[in-house]
Design a protein around this ligand. Structure first.
Ligand code: COA
Length: 178
């Protein structure tokens, strides 16, 4: 995986030895335990978990960031397996130093290289457009719940995207369990 020349951290897939540190980091990033529990539930769901697309940023032996892309469904004229992004977490002391961007770019690059068609997320509308995320409804992709505000429900289309990939997006079941 590539790193910027003056970047002080490296990005790599998570490993079992990282799980405890990731739990602490995700809890600290969100200021509550829900997202850390979600990470654990997703990891334990073999249909959802994609180990190659679950990455950490490591600096001097410490895990400072974590990102997960998991399997999800798009239900339209057919059911297509697509990806969901999240949670994305950077430890509070190291936020705004590029780790979130590096993790997101690395995960999206790997997803594209695997031939995945698209990635959906619910997130900050000011943060994700820099990676090519756009409002999902504009591509005919609707959220699983009407409570999800339009600007925050976004999609990034990858090289293997086709226009017929339209329909209702469904996260892995773990997202409803926290
Ligand atoms: C959101 C988060 C992942 C960003 O990661 P980060 O490593 O702090 O951010 P980076 O250094 O990679 O990126 C910095 C850029 O992102 C912007 N940014 C950071 N956090 C942001 C936020 N919450 N909303 C909008 N923009 C944000 C910065 O303004 C900066 O933009 P600029 O370069 O135009 O000035 C991180 O702050 C975090 O873990 N937050 C708490 C958990 C969370 O909200 N996760 C995302 C859920 S969608």
């Amino acid at each position: 995986m590539t790193s910027e020349p003056n970047q002080t951290f490296s990005v790599r897939p998570e490993a079992p030895a990282d799980y405890a540190a990731i739990h602490t980091l995700v809890t600290a990033a969100f200021g509550r335990e829900d997202e850390a529990k979600l990470v654990r539930l997703l990891r334990n769901d073999a249909d959802a978990y994609v180990p190659d697309l679950t990455l950490v940023a490591e600096e001097a032996g410490e895990i400072i960031g974590h990102i997960m892309l998991t399997n999800a469904m798009l239900q339209g004229e057919e059911d297509w397996r697509v990806l969901a992004l999240g949670p994305l977490s950077v430890t509070p002391e190291r936020q705004r130093t590029g780790a979130g961007i590096a993790l997101t770019e690395a995960a999206l690059e790997l997803a594209d290289a695997r031939g995945e068609p698209l990635v959906v997320l619910l997130g900050h509308p000011a943060y994700y457009p820099r990676f090519g995320f756009e409002p999902a409804r504009g591509r005919g992709i609707t959220p699983p719940s009407e409570e999800m505000p339009d600007p925050a429900f976004m999609v990034k289309v990858l090289s293997n995207y086709e226009e017929r990939y339209r329909g209702r997006f469904e996260y892995a079941p773990a997202f409803d369990q926290v």
